[in-house]
Ligand binder design. Structure first.
Ligand SMILES: [Zn+2]
Length: 290
């Protein structure tokens, strides 16, 4: 089954809801970065959220970046998404190995540690929107719930799940984001709260064969699906973009790269594609900067 995200609303149109199946997306990220299970879980949860949050963006060229930085061994993760279902990410340390936590789950919280979640929305304006909140749990879904409430004043329920198989491949991944509109009535809220308590984890629902649509129905009752979008791991790097990144490291480092190595290979953080900049390329960049 292909990965996808749906956007839906409840019968009274008081709730906006997103649900995603992202198994292939997370598996692709795992293969590119050769991530350990706990890092696959952490990056997979963040990419799943970014896919849905990208879907909330209005403009064709809008980009959302979610960044987590923590004092745990993983140190951080960066993911970005657009509103067309293109998601990519990279973990600072892909090979973190930790024992399972007290309930036998991958210990994402310990891998991340204490730190901050930063949400950057590039909406084509002069300045991007930047919201930052302290990590309240390090398990990512709770941190995003807190972010939505604290920075965007939107009461939300966020669930994100990644199930890693014995061979470290991704067996299931997905999630949902449910948001209350200002006019949501008490009855709708309490029904939703009850349903949230009743459902098991996202990955066990997906394992039972439930679809994103089924999960939203379990939470909201009758739903109206507004939109459905495929979601993929996709990096849009180009030689030109990597060249710009190279320029940003500054004249001193570029000169060093020229003198010591006579050029070199620069890899894209997100997809590991490599771009070679030889002696002449570097001389040209240095000349432009000088
Ligand atoms: Zn790339």
């Amino acid at each position: 089954m292909k990965d996808y995200i749906i956007r839906a609303t409840d019968k009274k149109k008081q709730i906006r809801a997103f649900a995603a199946v992202t198994t292939n997306l997370v598996e692709e990220g795992r293969k590119i970065h050769d991530t350990s299970p706990v890092v696959s879980a952490a990056m997979g949860r963040l990419m799943t959220a970014a896919g849905m949050m990208g879907y909330m963006l209005k403009g064709e060229k809008d980009i959302i970046t979610l960044q987590i930085k923590g004092d745990g061994p993983l140190r951080g993760i960066v993911v970005t998404a657009d509103n067309k279902g293109n998601v990519k990410g990279y973990p600072y340390n892909p090979s973190v190995d930790l024992p399972l936590n007290s309930i036998g789950k991958l210990d994402v919280k310990r891998a991340i540690g204490n730190g901050y979640l930063t949400v950057i929305k590039d909406l084509g304006l002069k300045e991007p929107y930047i919201g930052q909140t302290k990590l309240v749990s390090g398990e990512i879904a709770e941190d995003l719930t807190f972010y939505f409430y604290n920075s965007e004043q939107i009461p939300s329920a966020v669930a994100l799940g990644v199930l890693v198989d014995r061979d470290w491949s991704i067996k299931k991944a997905g999630g949902f984001i449910i948001q209350l509109m200002p006019e949501t009535d008490e009855e709708t809220i309490s029904k939703l709260e009850n349903n949230l308590k009743k459902i098991s984890s996202i990955t066990s629902l997906l394992e039972e064969g439930k679809l994103a649509e089924d999960i939203l129905e379990m939470l909201l009752g009758e739903i109206e699906i507004l939109d459905k979008l495929p979601v993929n791991y996709n990096c849009n790097c180009t030689r030109e973009k990597i060249r710009k990144a190279l320029i940003s490291i500054g004249l001193k480092d570029l000169k060093e790269m020229l003198e010591e190595d006579k050029g070199g290979e620069v890899k894209c953080f997100f997809c590991n594609s490599s771009y070679v900049f030889n002696e002449d390329d570097l001389k040209e960049i240095i000349q432009e900067l000088s």
